[in-house]
Design a protein around this ligand. Structure first.
Ligand code: HEC
Length: 103
């Protein structure tokens, strides 16, 4: 009994620690500004423009997870990971930021 309580507490402690680190480190706006704006600010090569609700609407319907996968794998003129040295967490944060501003 005591042992299983310790495991639960230990697991909770770990997940809290991980989410704190992720929040601290990844700022979606910063990632967008440094790694995504180069194409998305102006709509280069057919990229859906930042904040353009009409361009984003059909894409948002697929859900953030599918959009994140498009960026990781690449889609048409957007190379895998957008050609950037971006981690999954950075891509997730940037997609969430872009999606939020296009609603
Ligand atoms: C080299 C230019 C370029 C860069 C840099 C770039 N994108 Fe894109 N992105 C595109 C283009 C072009 C498309 C349109 C792809 C299509 O649907 O044909 C696109 C589409 C997308 C989509 C929609 C995917 C879908 O499934 O419809 C998302 C989300 C996205 N980009 C996120 C990002 C994020 C996040 C970054 C920064 C990490 C980024 N992009 C950087 C060119 C770029």
């Amino acid at each position: 009994m005591l042992r299983s309580v310790a495991i639960v507490v230990g697991t909770l402690g770990l997940s809290v620690a991980i989410s704190v680190v992720a929040d601290d480190k990844v700022d979606g706006k910063k990632v967008y500004d440094t790694k995504c704006a180069v194409c998305h600010a102006m709509g280069v090569a057919g990229a859906p423009k930042f904040g353009d609700k009409v361009a984003w609407e059909p894409r948002l319907k697929t859900g953030n997870d599918a959009l994140v996968q498009s960026v990781i794998k690449g889609k048409n003129a957007m190379p895998p990971r957008a050609g950037q040295n971006a981690s999954d967490d950075e891509i997730k944060a940037a997609v969430a930021y872009m999606a939020d501003k296009a609603k």
